[in-house]
Design a binder for this molecule. Structure first.
Ligand code: PMP
Ligand code: GLU
Length: 399
């Protein structure tokens, strides 16, 4: 049959993080000893008390369709978390649980963006933001911030990007892919600009809030009273509780938007898994020690990867303050050769590192930042050491 792929899907890029991870898994299956620093997910198993809650949910027959927005008990637990940890007052009716933060983000974009609406995205930015806006036929306005600015935009930059058509700004802190964290003062500077533009929805992706090495809690954008009525908080259990496969995330939004998201989700996926929701409820209501234990491990690995990467001539590295990614600038290697193969782009370099060093990374271009590569250090200390040795050796071979 003649193939009919919609223009909508044809125009989408494949998720580079997932594609690179799949490629690395395929090589591994062929017996190649690949170290996977591509996909960003905690390497820890889900904590035992959370797994127990899921087993109990099955035995207690939580096996039926769930409310579209998620169990009320889970949404209450999330509302309590938002109040207690973030100082954000949200009613359970303002929360819609979906299949991961990814769906929550896409829901909000599809429910609020019309064709031609502008969405401001500071870059480097996580791979899916731009594609989600494209899906909604919105226009992406990229606001670049390089390593020299610790990957953070300034209030002046933001002010200059706002037009009559700006409908949303999407901010991710701690950031994937850079690990940059905005301080409360830096956020206040951005909030002061946004306050003057009441038509702008502020989407705050706070999924890495607990993977934070700054020594002080992340200030949630939802806690700024000036914009509290138009902030959408995105979060979930994937990163903080090592639950990427369970697929539970949420948006906490103004009621009118939560209602629209609920309508949308009710037509195309329904409520997320009953069992995963009960597990997530246990994550939010149980002991938070597991979150801190993993954070400590990630901080040790951050220190290790930064130390090793800084020792590699040509790699330009900053010290990330959160998340579990390093985003080195690699322009010193572009234009160099391996045999007769020219490394022209950061994409070529990521491919070269996969083929020559057997280390999977992600091309910065996937995050709207060519000239960089992303390394996820959510892996063992031993893997980090071996990977960085291999990268150093492979980079040395380029001339
Ligand atoms: N936002 C960011 C910045 C992420 O890195 C991820 C992880 N891919 C997500 C959202 C989505 O997370 P999940 O769908 O697993 O909850
Ligand atoms: N957050 C992860 C990453 O950026 C998961 C993969 C994805 O969903 O893109 O690698």
């Amino acid at each position: 049959m003649e193939q009919h792929i919609s223009e909508r899907v044809q125009s989408l890029a494949t998720s580079a993080t997932l594609a690179m991870s799949q490629k690395s898994a395929e090589l591994k299956a062929q017996g190649v000893d690949v170290i996977n620093l591509s996909v960003g997910e905690p390497d820890f198993p889900t904590p035992a008390h959370i797994k127990e809650a899921a087993k109990k949910a099955i035995d207690d027959n939580f096996t039926f369709y769930t409310p579209v927005a998620g169990y009320l008990s889970l949404r209450k637990a999330i509302a309590e978390k938002l109040q207690k940890e973030n100082g954000v007052a949200m009613q359970p009716e303002q929360i819609v649980v979906g299949n991961g933060a990814k769906q929550a983000l896409c829901n909000v974009i599809l429910a609020s963006i019309n064709p031609g609406d502008e969405v401001i995205i500071p870059t480097p930015a996580w791979v899916s933001y731009v594609e989600m806006v494209k899906l909604a036929e919105g226009s992406v306005v990229e606001l670049p911030a390089g390593i020299e600015n610790d990957f953070k935009i300034t209030p002046e930059q933001l002010r200059g990007a706002i037009t009559d058509k700006t409908r949303m700004i999407l901010l991710c802190s701690p950031s994937n892919p850079t690990g940059a964290v905005y301080s409360a003062e830096e956020l206040q500077g951005l909030v002061d600009v946004i306050t003057a533009h009441p038509q702008i929805i502020v989407m705050a992706d706070e999924i890495y809030e607990h993977i934070n090495y700054t020594g002080s809690p992340i200030r949630s954008l939802g806690s700024f009273p000036e914009i509290a009525d138009r902030v959408v908080i995105i979060n979930g259990v994937s990163k903080a509780y090592a639950m990427t496969g369970w697929r539970v995330g949420y948006c906490a939004a103004p009621l009118w938007l939560a209602k629209a998201v609920n309508k949308l989700q009710g037509q195309y996926t329904s409520g997320s898994s009953s069992i995963a929701q009960k597990a997530a409820e246990a994550a939010y209501t149980g002991s938070q020690q597991c979150v801190e234990d993993m954070r400590v491990a990630f901080e040790r690995r951050r220190d290790l990867v930064v130390e090793l990467a800084k020792a590699i001539p040509g790699l330009k590295v900053n010290k990330p303050s959160g998340a579990f990614y390093l985003f080195p600038e690699v322009s010193a290697f572009l234009g160099k050769k391996f045999g007769d193969k020219v490394i022209a782009t950061s994409g070529d370099l990521a491919l070269y590192l996969l083929e020559e060093a057997h280390v999977a990374t992600v091309d910065g271009a996937a995050f709207c930042a060519p000239g960089y590569i992303r390394l996820s250090y959510a892996t063992s200390d031993d893997n980090i050491r071996r990977a960085m040795e291999r990268i150093a050796a492979a980079l040395k071979k380029l001339n």
